[in-house]
Write a protein that binds this ligand. Sequence first.
Ligand code: SF4
Ligand code: SF4
Length: 122
Amino acid sequence: MHKNLKKGTPMATIITDECINCGVCEPECPNEAIDDGEGEGLDYFYIDPELCTECVGFHGEEACQEVCPVDCCIPDEDIVETEEELLERAKKLHPEDTFPALDDLTNKTSLFRNPDRKNANL
Ligand code: SF4
Ligand code: SF4
């Protein structure tokens, strides 16, 4: 896996080194959390953990993983974040938007409630 650029901060979804740099995921992220690394002189895509909500509040699974042709957007196995923490991050990142209450999240707005997502067994 690529090293995270901001070690020590919580991580949600991570892009592994199986990435083929196709760029398909970048525009799909509701939080603009995916970066191609060019600005930092890197030659690989990475996810900013401070911007990733695992798509909670927006989609029923990780939008990046949903479109990734090699399924290399996977949950970080070391740091697990709760649905509540991720929803709160979404609210902070999008103060102008309205989000469902935690109890009202569904399989369309939270991967925690979607057993059919690609990463369900990871
Ligand atoms: S899981 Fe969702 S929020 Fe996180 S990087 Fe992927 S598309 Fe963006
Ligand atoms: S869609 Fe997958 S393979 Fe393509 S850039 Fe994103 S993480 Fe890499």
